[in-house]
Design a protein around this ligand. Structure first.
Ligand SMILES: [Fe+2]
Length: 294
């Protein structure tokens, strides 16, 4: 087991204090620099970054993907499903890839309220956009940093309990949002997000945010370029606020709004009493975080 050192760093942190829920600071690091140190198992680096993540720091890892990769992924996901009906499939054995238009009404049925257009891809399907290999190249580094085996869950299917899922998401102008929430840390200690759009270029407004110890909203999009990724301890409060709030949402337009890539190892629906993302106790009254229908 090569990951004993990293595992132990996490276990010590988790043994000695409670898991973090609020953001401490936003830090910036080059993805390739972090990758090198993680692969080398640089003990100083691993000790520092695991401690820092456990203290509630959020890292923007610059240039993990190329801008072209992300723009292509946006376009290809939208094109692939353009003429296919919106569907929903539980994470059960044999689940297909699909897309789902989650409008405001449908989005109220989820544990966390949301409004978005999601494209779901599983590793046991045919990988129509050939995205698993380039994404796994990066995901393996982050999995290793989480104390997992680099290829953990990759060949799992729902009957194994935990499965990898790639979700490409379009948050349409004005209505696209995801309530502030925490993600389960049981199977992956860190949330791992890919940024597919750039503030000021592709959209205007808040987008992804985190919540700090004073319950203040912390904006981060101004520090993010298309192709960067973000990592933070899964239980740190975070959410997605509407963008382009003065525009009309256009669900038929693949260029509308803000795009986002989520890579998560989920407990499948074959698991009884599985842990999922949760909405949080505090109610954030900041109107910028929710769609406005005036
Ligand atoms: Fe999340």
């Amino acid at each position: 087991m090569t990951n004993n050192f990293i595992q132990n760093c996490w276990k010590n942190l988790e043994k000695n204090s409670s898991i973090p829920t609020k953001l401490n600071n936003v830090l910036i690091l080059d993805f390739n620099e972090a990758k090198k140190k993680i692969l080398e198992e640089d003990q100083d680096f691993i000790k520092k970054i695991t401690k820092s993540l456990f203290e509630g720091n959020f890292y923007i890892l610059k240039k993990a993907f190329s801008k072209e990769f992300m723009i292509n992924l946006r376009k290809k996901s939208f094109e692939l499903y353009k003429s296919k009906p919106s569907e929903f499939h539980k994470m059960l054995e044999g689940a297909p890839d699909f897309h789902r238009v989650i409008d405001i009404e449908i989005g109220k049925k989820y544990a966390i309220k949301m409004c978005k257009h999601s494209f779901y891809f599983y590793p046991w399907n045919k990988d129509p956009l050939k995205i698993f290999e380039p994404i796994y190249e990066r995901w393996r580094i982050v999995k290793k940093l989480m104390g997992l085996d680099e290829r953990e869950y990759e060949s799992n299917t729902p009957k194994d309990g935990v499965v990898d899922r790639i979700q490409v998401v379009q948050y349409p102008s004005k209505v696209g949002y995801l309530e502030p929430h925490t993600d389960p840390h049981q199977h992956q200690r860190l949330f791992f997000s890919g940024y597919m759009s750039k503030q000021g270029e592709d959209f205007e407004g808040l987008g992804f945010y985190l919540i700090d110890k004073n319950n203040e909203i912390v904006e981060v999009e101004h520090q993010i370029e298309t192709g960067d990724v973000g990592i933070g301890y899964s239980t740190i409060y975070h959410g997605v606020a509407p963008v382009n709030t003065n525009k009309t949402p256009d669900w038929e337009n693949g260029e509308d709004g803000r795009w986002f890539l989520s890579m998560f190892s989920n407990a499948s629906d074959e698991v009884k009493s599985r842990v999922t993302s949760a909405s949080i106790k505090e109610k954030f009254l900041d109107k910028r975080l929710y769609p406005n229908f005036e």
